[in-house]
Write a protein that binds this ligand. Structure first.
Ligand code: NAP
Length: 322
């Protein structure tokens, strides 16, 4: 009889315990779902009643527009009715991209050949070629990554210099040039494409991640300076996208949910323009960023180093016979 009573007491406590755990988990799950909802909403809420060209202007200028994200961005903006100015190094690739855009969409595509490793010379070329054309959306997309993950002393001097000029110099001077006219018009949008590499220092792609932190700080302060003139300043920091920039690893040359192609990325990223100031630009990367940011910075840096070492091995494997 006593044994039966004890069993009843145990069963009661066990039931209370299970119910408490369910409640605890329920709360955690609810909080998690609320966070997921908050970070994903901008990707799925419908566009605002105003179109991008009504809101910002009829021309967009995209740097690094002949490949990867820049090309996809240009096509997505064209599909939304914006005329585009494409800026890159290769004249042939520019002509081909402009032809492709004009044949697919009813918009104009103007090309400017400029090499951003040449610093102010490239900016002068853009100024001259643009003339009086008013730019409504500037997409500072051009960027350079290491040929493959390397220790600082291994990276050729010229490669480091180019990374700094392209990733920092081009975004700064292009913005300075375009934002003055936007201020006069009291409208416009600047989109600065950084990278998930800004989240922590990245050993073996050290200088690249440092340049992306520059973009983050630059963009945030710029917004503070110019938001009062009606200018949208957006900071995008995607994780891996399947483009030629990541040719050093075969793993990054396969499109998946985590590593989307540039077209998918651009479609989601543009849907956030005017809605949020900072985003990865892609809903899956938004969830990824949530988990990436959970551990402390020193652990994230160690993880980054480990990932880069594995990409370095991929690169050596690709080149072992050449
Ligand atoms: N792919 C990723 O996983 C990833 C992730 C996070 C952030 N990002 C960032 O996204 C941006 C675009 O990356 P992506 O992967 O699309 O790059 P990509 O595929 O390598 O394309 C780079 C574009 O920039 C142009 N370009 C390169 N050097 C140039 C120079 N010196 N002057 C003018 N144009 C130049 C290239 O055209 P030409 O060769 O014809 O000049 C090409 O159109 C970069 O800022 C990158 O850091 C990329």
């Amino acid at each position: 009889m006593v044994g039966l009573e004890m069993n009843c007491v145990y069963a009661t406590f066990a039931t209370i315990g299970v119910i408490s755990i369910i409640f605890l988990f329920f709360d955690t799950i609810c909080i998690f779902l609320q966070i997921v909802r908050a970070i994903l909403t901008p990707y799925f809420i419908p566009q605002e009643p105003q179109t991008l060209n009504e809101k910002y202007g009829t021309w967009a200028l995209i740097t690094g527009a002949t490949d990867g994200i820049g090309k996809a961005y240009s096509k997505e903006l064209a599909s939304r009715g914006l005329n585009v100015v494409l800026v890159s190094r290769s004249d042939t690739k520019l002509r081909d991209t402009a032809k492709e855009i004009e044949s697919e969409y009813k918009v104009k595509a103007k090309i400017i050949t400029a090499d951003f490793t040449t610093g102010t010379k490239a900016i002068e070329t853009v100024k001259r070629e643009l003339g009086e054309l008013q730019i409504g959306i500037l997409v500072n997309n051009v960027g350079k990554q290491y040929t493959y993950p390397m220790y600082l002393g291994e990276v050729p001097e010229e490669e480091l210099w180019d990374i700094i000029h392209i990733n920092i110099g081009a975004v700064t001077l292009m913005t300075r040039f375009i934002i003055k006219k936007m201020k006069e018009q009291k409208k416009g949008a600047i989109v600065n494409i950084s990278s998930g590499a800004e989240c922590q220092p990245m050993p073996l792609t050290n200088v690249y991640s440092a340049t992306k932190v520059y973009i983050q700080y630059f963009t945030e302060a710029l917004r503070e300076e110019y938001a009062k003139y009606g200018i949208t300043v957006q900071h995008l920091s995607p994780f891996f996208i399947n483009t030629k920039m990541n040719h050093f690893s075969d793993k990054l040359q396969e499109t998946s949910l985590l590593v989307p192609d540039a077209t998918t990325y651009a479609k989601y990223a543009i849907s956030t323009l005017g809605k949020i100031n900072h985003s990865t630009g892609y809903w899956v990367h938004e969830i990824q960023r949530f988990f990436v940011m959970l551990p402390p910075r020193w652990i994230r840096m160690k993880i980054g180093e480990h990932i880069n070492k594995s990409f370095r091995k991929d690169y050596f494997r690709q080149h072992q016979n050449s």
